[in-house]
Design a protein around this ligand. Structure first.
Ligand code: HEC
Ligand code: HEC
Ligand code: HEC
Ligand code: HEC
Ligand code: HEC
Ligand code: HEC
Ligand code: HEC
Ligand code: HEC
Ligand code: HEC
Ligand code: HEC
Length: 314
């Protein structure tokens, strides 16, 4: 008996420490600190009223999860002290008081399989204190799917204003029209190092199935593998010639005059060419004074790669 109450005291102290400490430590499952979600209903009817629609309601409905994984207390921690004090922010895990890192850890307690821990920790978002609750709203989401605080594009534009204008340019992907979403190409939770572009400037651009650029999920005809690959496509990536969001130039191209893109690499500058980094210069037959030659893809039609011709004529 004495041993038992002594243990209870330790548990109580440990739980109190867990609440005040910067990080939540999982409490003992047999701890009496958990009171169950029904208790919260009396004082937080607004939160409770819509909660049955929330995916997090599943644990309440099933009733088979451990108390520290169930309902309100799965995120807000044990509620006994809070209920006894008849409320207050200091007696419970109040997200309004938490540092970004603690919010991240709280959610990752359960979501480490949906959201890869290693990737989210080194993502641009986390590094800039943009964490789960900057994008997700548990109690006031626009939709119960994915619990986003706003419709996806609007959510992102809140912080990435200039990108909205890019998707309104004459040549564009139709994100503002609702045909595509940012997450068709990006993973806001962070991504592994990309396999293209020497892993440089990943920009949280997600990888498609076979570690490819996400573009190939939709533009499958550009996937190859081709007998004759254009290194610019395969190694450098689609962004070496296209803007991914929008462009004032046709076909999302980076420059208004096509050949200036080609000549960024095929310029025979010092160090280039077969003897340099391996980029061939155009042969002397290419007379740049002749307008016919400036429209490079008129002859080099299969610019994304060819199965028939090493110079991409067909
Ligand atoms: C998945 C984690 C999670 C669960 C489960 C959860 N909450 Fe919350 N709660 C949050 C977060 C995060 C906030 C901060 C505001 C936000 O992002 O919505 C919050 C905010 C609150 C607030 C502050 C007022 C407000 O509306 O923002 C109250 C009160 C609250 N929760 C009560 C509850 C109750 C009661 C339950 C059970 C019915 C519950 N919570 C279940 C994560 C959760
Ligand atoms: C007896 C009434 C009562 C009960 C029962 C109760 N709360 Fe509260 N709770 C309050 C009051 C009052 C506040 C307001 C604190 C403030 O705004 O300063 C509060 C605040 C909170 C907050 C902090 C909100 C914020 O601003 O971040 C959370 C989270 C919360 N309650 C969750 C719960 C959960 C989970 C339960 C059930 C385990 C619960 N409450 C049960 C009265 C209660
Ligand atoms: C920068 C915004 C942002 C941040 C930060 C963020 N998310 Fe997300 N999350 C999203 C978007 C957007 C989706 C995709 C919604 C869709 O598919 O419509 C999503 C989807 C999800 C999903 C659904 C499954 C999936 O992977 O598609 C879960 C679970 C999730 N997020 C949890 C989290 C957790 C946990 C954190 C913090 C560790 C977090 N998110 C941080 C924006 C964000
Ligand atoms: C106690 C465990 C637990 C905690 C803590 C938790 N979640 Fe969840 N979450 C779940 C479960 C379980 C689901 C339902 C998954 C399903 O539907 O199969 C879920 C669903 C979600 C979804 C919807 C996924 C979808 O596919 O639509 C989002 C978004 C999400 N959680 C975000 C969060 C955020 C943000 C936090 C931190 C504030 C958080 N969760 C904390 C267990 C948890
Ligand atoms: C068609 C695929 C695609 C879609 C859809 C897309 N992006 Fe991008 N985004 C990219 C690629 C690829 C890059 C990297 C470009 C580079 O580094 O040259 C990028 C870069 C970015 C950057 C960093 C560079 C910059 O311009 O500031 C931000 C921020 C960004 N995207 C936000 C968004 C948002 C917000 C949305 C949705 C409204 C979105 N993106 C939709 C493919 C996409
Ligand atoms: C709360 C503000 C906020 C929200 C919401 C937000 N972001 Fe960000 N995002 C940032 C910050 C801050 C950075 C890092 C600094 C920068 O590059 O602007 C960043 C960086 C990025 C980058 C990488 C840029 C680079 O230089 O590598 C991409 C891509 C991006 N965000 C896409 C998105 C998408 C897609 C969404 C919506 C699902 C979103 N963001 C929602 C604030 C936000
Ligand atoms: C979710 C599918 C999807 C993804 C991912 C995607 N695209 Fe597209 N793309 C489209 C569709 C659909 C069109 C047709 C134009 C439209 O929507 O109006 C298009 C059009 C284009 C065009 C031609 C535009 C024109 O004016 O004819 C280019 C170039 C392009 N995409 C490049 C890319 C690049 C580069 C990426 C990766 C950064 C990418 N796409 C990712 C679906 C996608
Ligand atoms: C070396 C520069 C270059 C690279 C790299 C490149 N493209 Fe292109 N792309 C072009 C040019 C030039 C055109 C316009 C062709 C024309 O109008 O004759 C084009 C046109 C397109 C079009 C519209 C016409 C069509 O053929 O369907 C799509 C879609 C496209 N590219 C997708 C991609 C994707 C996806 C990638 C990455 C896998 C990529 N491009 C990489 C130069 C490039
Ligand atoms: C990002 C740099 C880059 C850009 C931009 C680029 N290329 Fe290339 N190109 C290369 C490299 C690298 C090779 C491969 C050389 C090798 O295989 O040894 C190549 C190969 C070629 C070849 C085949 C040469 C041969 O004999 O193997 C042709 C033709 C070609 N490019 C045309 C173009 C045209 C036309 C454009 C503009 C639409 C263009 N390239 C844009 C880098 C680039
Ligand atoms: C009128 C058709 C035509 C046009 C337009 C054209 N080319 Fe070519 N290109 C050729 C032919 C034919 C060859 C192969 C024979 C040769 O080397 O002259 C070739 C070969 C090449 C090679 C490979 C040279 C080598 O050493 O393997 C490159 C690189 C190249 N072109 C780039 C370009 C660029 C960049 C443009 C646009 C400024 C362009 N071409 C426009 C017909 C054309």
């Amino acid at each position: 008996m004495r041993v038992r109450s002594f243990t209870t005291i330790i548990l109580f102290v440990a739980a109190a420490w867990a609440q005040s400490g910067p990080q939540q430590t999982p409490a003992n499952p047999t701890s009496p600190q958990y009171v169950g979600s029904a208790v919260c209903k009396t004082c937080h009817p607004d939160v409770w009223a819509s909660f049955y629609k929330n995916p997090h309601y599943k644990s309440i409905a099933s009733g088979t999860d451990r108390p520290e994984q169930t309902g309100c207390e799965g995120c807000h921690g044990p509620g006994k002290a809070h209920v006894e004090a008849r409320g207050g922010k200091a007696t419970i895990i109040a997200f309004s008081e938490l540092a970004p890192k603690s919010i991240l850890n709280n959610c990752l307690n359960c979501h480490a399989k949906d959201v890869n821990r290693a990737e989210i920790r080194r993502s641009e978002h986390t590094q800039n204190d943009v964490v789960c609750t900057s994008c997700h709203s548990i109690h006031r989401s626009v939709s119960t799917k994915a619990l986003l605080a706003k419709k996806q594009a609007d959510l992102c534009y809140n912080c990435h204003g200039p990108v909205r204008a890019q998707f309104n340019m004459p040549s564009k992907h139709r994100v503002n029209e609702g045909v595509m979403t940012c997450t068709d190409c990006h993973n806001p939770h962070g991504t592994p190092a990309p396999t293209w572009r020497m892993s440089a400037r990943p920009r949280m651009v997600d990888q498609a199935l076979a570690n490819e650029e996400p573009c190939l999920k939709c533009h499958t005809d550009k996937r190859g593998p081709f007998l004759f690959e254009h290194a610019a496509v395969r190694v450098d990536g689609c962004e070496s010639c296209h803007f991914p969001h929008g462009s004032t130039n046709a076909r999302l191209l980076k420059r208004p005059v096509l050949f200036t893109i080609c000549l960024e690499c095929h310029n025979g500058a010092e160090g280039f060419g077969r003897t340099g980094s391996g980029i061939p210069t155009q042969s002397s037959s290419h007379n740049m004074a002749d307008p016919r030659y400036r429209n490079c893809t008129m002859c080099h039609v299969r610019i994304h790669g060819s199965n028939a011709d090493p110079q991409f004529f067909r």
